[in-house]
Design a protein around this ligand. Structure first.
Ligand code: ADP
Length: 240
């Protein structure tokens, strides 16, 4: 609710900034050096605010109650890329590399796209917190999507310190959190797992992996399997 409210509040001033930048662009017609510089600055303002608008759109989607959305065909490429895009700046600021590897030719999924995005965002948030709070020397998160028979498998692995064994059984319980007061409510994973199950899939912590790995598995509907979408392999997002 807060994410949706914030997105709305920020959207209005952003629209004014964009409007004024467009106006300045028109005023700075001509080819005198000053006009050229003003136009370049305006273009930069418009591009930057366009990016902010895109992020806000994602934030609005994330904050929205989506459990009643209809099931629709959606691309796992778009869902993962949008989630990473939404978080990219935060990861870069804390010097965390996001490695995104998407196998080509994964069919569209029949799903509630916003909800699948909410799962990935939750798990990415936890990976971010794990790395930042432990001040890990190694700082990366990898997101890999691939087809595994009749499923899509998305693994989110992080270089954080891992999870103590006695906590592992409680992770998916509602209101279980090890985070400081105000940082976590302990509902992210339980909600995410419920969404995955609602889609006929699973969300679980992988066993015996070197690094913390959460695996989201979603079934590919047989109708969806005919609707392939092409995609580049191995897109990597590096901190600048
Ligand atoms: P919250 O993030 O609000 O605490 P979650 O349900 O998302 O709630 O997560 C529950 C708990 O699981 C976290 O408090 C944390 O102890 C643990 N956890 C989840 N993901 C990770 C991770 N990647 N690394 C370490 N611990 C994790």
């Amino acid at each position: 609710h807060m994410a949706g409210g914030l997105a709305h509040e920020i959207n209005n001033p952003l629209a004014i900034i964009q409007g004024r930048a467009n106006e300045l662009m028109r005023l700075a017609a001509g080819d005198e050096p000053l006009a050229v510089r003003v136009r370049a600055a305006c273009e930069n303002i418009i591009q930057t605010s366009d990016r902010a608008v895109k992020i806000l759109r994602g934030l609005r989607g994330f904050g929205r109650e989506a459990s009643k959305d209809p099931m629709e065909f959606a691309s796992i490429y778009e869902i993962t890329e949008q989630c990473v895009e939404l978080q990219q700046a935060r990861f870069v600021t804390r010097n965390i590399e996001v490695r995104l590897t998407l196998e080509p030719d994964i069919p569209l999924l029949l799903c509630r796209e916003t909800q699948i995005g909410q799962i990935l965002t939750n798990v990415l948030n936890n990976a971010f917190d794990a790395i930042v709070q432990s001040d890990s020397v190694e700082r990366w998160v990898s997101v890999t999507a691939e087809r595994a028979e009749d499923n899509v498998r998305v693994d989110i692995v992080d270089s954080g310190p891992g999870i103590e064994d006695h906590f592992k059984v409680h992770l998916m319980e509602p209101f279980f959190t090890t985070k400081e007061f105000g940082l976590g409510m302990g509902v992210g994973l339980s909600l995410s797992r419920a969404i995955a199950q609602d889609h006929g899939g699973t969300l679980a912590l992988c066993k015996d992996t070197e690094h913390t790995c959460f695996r989201l598995v979603l079934p590919i509907n047989s109708r969806a399997a005919d609707q392939k979408v092409g995609h580049q392999v191995g897109v990597a997002h590096q901190p600048q």
